[in-house]
Design a binder for this molecule. Structure first.
Ligand code: G3H
Ligand code: 13P
Ligand code: ZN
Length: 312
């Protein structure tokens, strides 16, 4: 089995009323933790690489780690560029073997978004690669771009059909109230995704796969552990998992999760050092961190995404 595109995965997910997890990878332990969970549960998988991850670990290392995951598991795995911000970056990932890219021109005016997305789609499709576009702006932090909550904007359902038709993109990320990072909602407010916006989008794009970014749920257990062992994360709040579960049953076929893996990894390492202050062998603290990622991903697959058993 080689790396796959998301085409078949999304068709099955749309028809089956579940979503595929798209998890960000930055190093070997993260790749191993995610794929161990997916393999045990026989879940299809999207492993995604941000511009920052590529700068940190290098294209070739990440590519080879993901190829190793395919060899070890035989799972259908797509390797996706997360938040590509230029044609050149998308092209480089397509030329370098990724099977899916996102061109994120959502902060640009509509016509510019259409033009750059169209350019990426033409190159990608010529090379057998699929493209995720975005319409609407999420709040939060991704790479160097920080969008304040006040500057975020929900997707306008009346624009989605035109963007998809004029660009030929294969999936569309929309903004319905999720946001990047661990501080998604104001403390004291009740997190509520805009399902009315999602429904209107679905109506205008029947059968078309929708993507949700910023979908970590920021489990309190890990925030508490980070704070207990020397960290300081007051007011960290995520998307309630019951709302993500509801979304996974709809046209949403891809749900992006990164922060929850970071929280699980960091909380576990902080705890490890607090309990083993004399240890200095990286394997000793990375092993439980990798296991925490595996547990987190297994929980997402079974309790949020519903994609367990869908790999074969
Ligand atoms: O949406 C952004 C992802 O969480 C990737 O984050 O740009 O810090 O790698 P990063
Ligand atoms: P979180 O920060 O909620 O994990 O979102 C990740 C994401 O959207 C990656 O593109
Ligand atoms: Zn994102």
């Amino acid at each position: 089995m080689a790396l796959v595109t998301t085409k078949e995965m999304f068709k099955k997910a749309y028809d089956g009323g579940y979503a595929i997890g798209a998890f960000n990878v930055n190093n070997m332990e993260i790749v191993q933790g995610i794929t161990a969970a997916a393999n045990e549960l026989r879940a299809p998988l999207i492993l995604q690489v941000s511009k920052g991850a590529r700068a940190y670990a290098s294209h070739t290392y990440l590519m080879k780690l993901v190829e190793a995951a395919v060899i070890e598991t035989g799972l259908p795995i797509a390797l996706h560029l997360d938040h590509g911000d230029s044609f050149e970056l998308c092209k480089s990932c397509i030329d370098g073997g990724f099977t899916s890219v996102m061109i994120d021109a959502s902060s640009k005016p509509f016509e510019e978004n259409v033009a750059i997305t169209r350019q990426v789609v033409e190159y990608a499709h010529d090379h057998g690669v699929v493209v995720e576009a975005e319409l609407g702006t999420l709040a939060g932090i991704e790479d160097e771009v920080k969008v304040a909550h006040g500057d975020a904007s929900y997707t306008r359902p009346e624009e989605v059909q035109e963007l998809v038709e004029r660009t030929g993109c294969d999936s569309l990320a929309i903004a319905i109230g999720t946001s990047h990072g661990a501080y998604k909602f104001k403390p004291g407010t009740k997190p509520q995704l805009r399902f009315d916006v999602l429904e209107a989008v679905e109506k205008n794009l029947p059968g078309f796969p929708i993507v949700l970014h910023g979908s970590s749920s920021v489990p309190q257990q890990f925030v508490d552990e980070i704070n207990k062992y020397g960290g300081s994360m007051p007011g960290a709040i995520g998307v309630p998992e019951d709302q993500l579960r509801q979304a996974a049953k709809s046209a949403v076929c891809k749900i992006n999760i990164d922060s929850d893996l970071r929280l699980a990894m960091t909380a576990t390492i902080r705890k490890y050092f607090a309990e083993h202050p004399a240890d200095f062998d990286p394997r000793q603290y990375l092993k439980p961190a990798r296991e925490a990622i595996k547990q987190m991903v297994a929980h997402k697959i079974v309790d949020v995404l519903g994609c367990d058993g869908q790999a074969d």
